[in-house]
Design a binder for this molecule. Sequence first.
Ligand SMILES: NC(=O)c1ccc[n+]([C@@H]2O[C@H](COP(=O)([O-])OP(=O)(O)OC[C@H]3O[C@@H](n4cnc5c(N)ncnc54)[C@H](O)[C@@H]3O)[C@@H](O)[C@H]2O)c1
Length: 378
Amino acid sequence: MSAFRRVGSEGEPLRVIQVGAGSMGQAWIRNDAANPDVELVGIVDLDLDAARAGAAVYGDDSIAVHTDLAALIAQVHPDAILDITVPVAHHPVTTDSLLAGLPVLGEKPAAQTVAEALSLAAAAEVTGELFMVSQSRRYNDQLVAFKQAASRLGDLGTVSTEFAKAPHFGGFREEMDNVLLLDMAIHPFDSVRYLLDRDPVSVYCDSYNPSWSWFRGDAAASVIFEFEGGIRYTYNGSWCAPGLETSWNGAWRISGAAGSALWNGDDEPSFETPDADPAPLAAQPSVGAEIAGSLAAFVRALRSGETPDGEVHGNVMSLAMVEAAIESKDQGRRIAIDDVLERAYETAVRSERRDDVRARLESWTSVRGALQGVPVTA
Ligand SMILES: NC(=O)c1ccc[n+]([C@@H]2O[C@H](COP(=O)([O-])OP(=O)(O)OC[C@H]3O[C@@H](n4cnc5c(N)ncnc54)[C@H](O)[C@@H]3O)[C@@H](O)[C@H]2O)c1
């Protein structure tokens, strides 16, 4: 990742426009209101009533609302954009914002496809603006402690997540394809990359829809990833699993040469190293909780210039894990992550409409290298 433009300083609230005021958008508006380092100066939604309802949630009916982002940018001159729209809108909203010279904090996923996410990474490079994906489940002090526990286990062999829930959401989720993999599994896939500080190499996936499912697309999946260094990560998830449900984070186990660690996703993790000193984990500074943590990290990154977790280049691989898993279950075979990246890259170059963004993509000499922040431009 090339350096991005720094914005704002201590004691100066970041003036933001939020795009998208649906159900998650309302949670974000409450999040904006709770953060003194942020001032919401405008709300954009294709549905103007939703934007107005958002202003009421913020407690200020005089906030500017609009259906058109460019018009509202020209009106209120914000410092940054929060993109809380549906995934299909992430690419156009984020591209327009970056090209208007504004940094973006966007809800997960980075975009609908890895190809679109690569286009956004290149747009961030072209404009020199930060695009950070809010991968909210990374902001959890228990996850940080779990990572610390993992560091006591010697060489790591396997990591697993069991996820069992039975939510009735209604709306787009009950109609979409591959609902569990696309809408939910990206969270643990992203978390395991954080836990291991490694990237995936290949995946084998089987996904299916239980006979009693109330979702149209597959609501259950079993996935095995191979990570760098040969570590295996297995994910077993279902959104049609009533009774004895796990937490929303799922139930985790890490197994290493010297011991094992457990986290139920709701309480402090535990670990056991039978032949070693069981010294307790040291307290770590809090990373904040969920979207409050990601909003605070965005403001901090803009002020300091330090690359945050969720910066688009670092985040694309989590979306690639989802896309590779879907490709694997469609083709019934193991899929190499690099093949997914290469195909996405070719699509991104072929379908890019902006000459400057396409030229930037074409200058990358390795997709994995570009995502890992090593200098790869020709
Ligand atoms: N981090 C989490 O735990 C979590 C939880 C739920 C949803 N999400 C994510 O949040 C995002 C929004 O989900 P949601 O449940 O609020 O969806 P939603 O359908 O309830 O709301 C989306 C809103 O965006 C508006 N919109 C769509 N396209 C737009 C555009 N081009 N310009 C302006 N407004 C537009 C819609 O009119 C709607 O009001 C999704 O990316 C979803 O994956 C994350």
